[in-house]
Design a protein around this ligand. Structure first.
Ligand SMILES: [Zn+2]
Length: 335
């Protein structure tokens, strides 16, 4: 990929890395998605966040199901904050989830121009893209969207008498978390939900019961942004065999102060400086151990990385398109 890198490295946006006139100190803006992708595979980070390559085939089934649920909870809790009754809030949540499934022409593949800086439908760019890999009914290993909507209904019923008072949904907060004489790191965190307990609450959907790994930059970053030592994972399971109390769980993940400080003062600057080095040399090396993931292979594995270097630019043109520039508000998942 060296040709592509050289041609476009000047326009990179992982380099929201701006020189500031302070003896060459660099500003680095990072969020959990970029940092974890960088940890997983620098070449993937380059494809995804510098070049904005998006798979033409859309997201995988499990990511689409997660996004439908995410849209539901966003509009559901937003409506509750606006003092609507829970039943009404549920209606708005489901309507938004259905629009995500169907797709809205106005915001899908929207390209900003001077005449039209925002989608005319009033949505965020690409907010309701429609599903590509999720059938109505579950088939084989794929979860159907009807089941996802049913799960939202069960979630609403299960938490009917919820004591949580939601305060903010889908809010992006930023804070300078590190500074030395080389770099200043601005961390951006998207918080799915903040309730009156003042904890960050993160919605996670899953098909299997998994333990939640606490070695997680998203959660540690949220703690540092919110000045807390705990994040609550709002688990929403798609298992058909489990009862509601087995698939809807709210799990606190707690951190000692020492662990959070280690992440903030050692891990974060290490990767920020590594990112600067990659950006400066224009070389983002591949990490072979990330090609096969929990939910299938990396989107670039078959179509790009396993081809000869000379052929990769062609392959990218065939299988990927240029998506919107990454920012933590766009989405919370990588391809
Ligand atoms: Zn729209």
């Amino acid at each position: 990929m060296s040709e592509v890198d050289e041609r476009t490295i000047g326009e990179t946006n992982i380099q929201e890395i701006v020189d500031i006139p302070m003896g060459g100190k660099k500003n680095v803006i990072l969020d959990a998605t970029v940092l974890s992708t960088l940890m997983n595979c620098p070449r993937l980070a380059d494809f995804r966040f510098n070049h904005n390559f998006m798979s033409i085939g859309g997201k995988s089934n499990s990511l689409e199901c997660g996004s439908i649920t995410h849209v539901f909870t966003e509009y559901y809790y937003k409506s509750i904050i606006e003092r609507l009754k829970r039943e009404q809030a549920f209606g708005f949540g489901i309507a938004a989830a259905e629009l995500y499934i169907r797709g809205c022409k106005g915001c899908t593949e929207f390209v900003a121009s001077q005449e039209l800086p925002k989608p005319s439908c009033g949505h965020k760019p690409n907010e309701f893209p429609g599903v590509h890999n999720t059938p109505k009914d579950s088939e084989g290993s794929k979860t159907g969207w009807q089941w996802v909507l049913d799960t939202c209904d069960q979630y609403h019923n299960f938490y009917k008498n919820d004591h949580w008072e939601p305060l903010e949904v889908e809010v992006v907060k930023g804070k300078v978390l590190y500074e030395d004489n080389e770099v200043r790191i601005l961390w951006k965190a998207k918080l799915d939900l903040i309730s009156d307990t003042n904890q960050a609450i993160d919605h996670k959907t899953m098909k299997q019961n998994r333990n939640t790994n606490s070695m997680n930059s998203q959660f540690m970053g949220q703690c540092r942004i919110m000045d807390t030592q705990q994040v609550i994972i709002n688990k929403i399971g798609f298992q058909t065999t489990l009862k509601p109390d087995e698939k809807f769980k709210r799990l606190p993940i707690c951190y000692s102060h020492a662990r959070l400080i280690e992440w903030q003062s050692e891990t974060l600057p290490f990767y920020a400086k590594l990112l600067l080095m990659y950006a400066e040399t224009g070389h983002f090396p591949p990490n072979y151990s990330n090609c096969e993931g929990k939910y299938g292979n990396c989107a670039f594995y078959e179509h790009v990385c396993s081809h000869d270097p000379d052929d990769r630019e062609n392959q990218i043109k065939l299988h990927f398109m240029i998506g919107p520039t990454w920012n933590p508000q766009n989405d919370d998942e990588v391809i």
